[in-house]
Unconditional design. Structure first.
Length: 152
């Protein structure tokens, strides 16, 4: 009986460790995504090249000597996607584009960041055979007359 209960407890402990690690990675990616979305939204001024400046601003925090990283600051953030939308008070869901041709009227930017969270104990389950689970987060920021603000 003790062996059965001990193996069940060890299974739950392993599950808790892997899920806890995924929550930490999600938190780190969310902080990066929020900062990147705000930085990108500041570049949306409707001028020529605003979209490219916004893309560069979205990935700016992923490089340099003080780059934000995930997995307790040990892994660089590389999978960063930005998309843009028009709208006044809220983004128009129909206008989200990854590659807009014209930057006029674009006031919203969505940054999606993902990373492969390594699994230690969940590999024993069929869903964990790959050895990792993808963690993805997103943030939406708006360009306002006074600067930028997070929407989501």
């Amino acid at each position: 009986m003790t062996c059965i209960v001990l193996s069940i407890l060890l299974g739950f402990a392993g599950l808790g460790i892997d899920i806890g690690r995924m929550y930490v990675i999600q938190s780190e990616l969310q902080a990066f995504s929020d900062a990147s979305a705000l930085n990108a939204a500041l570049q949306l001024d409707g001028a020529e090249g605003a979209i490219e400046r916004a893309r560069l601003a979205a990935s700016e925090f992923a490089s340099g000597p003080h780059a934000m990283k995930w997995d307790l600051g040990s892994q660089p953030i590389t999978d960063i996607k930005a998309s843009f939308a028009k709208g006044d008070a809220a983004p128009d869901p129909k206008t989200w584009q990854s590659e807009p041709r014209d930057s006029s009227g674009l006031h919203f930017v969505r940054v999606v960041v993902s990373a492969p969270a390594p699994l230690l104990f969940l590999r024993a389950l069929p869903a964990g055979k790959a050895g990792f689970s993808s963690v993805a987060v997103s943030s939406v920021a708006a360009k306002t007359p006074g600067g930028a603000r997070l929407i989501q």
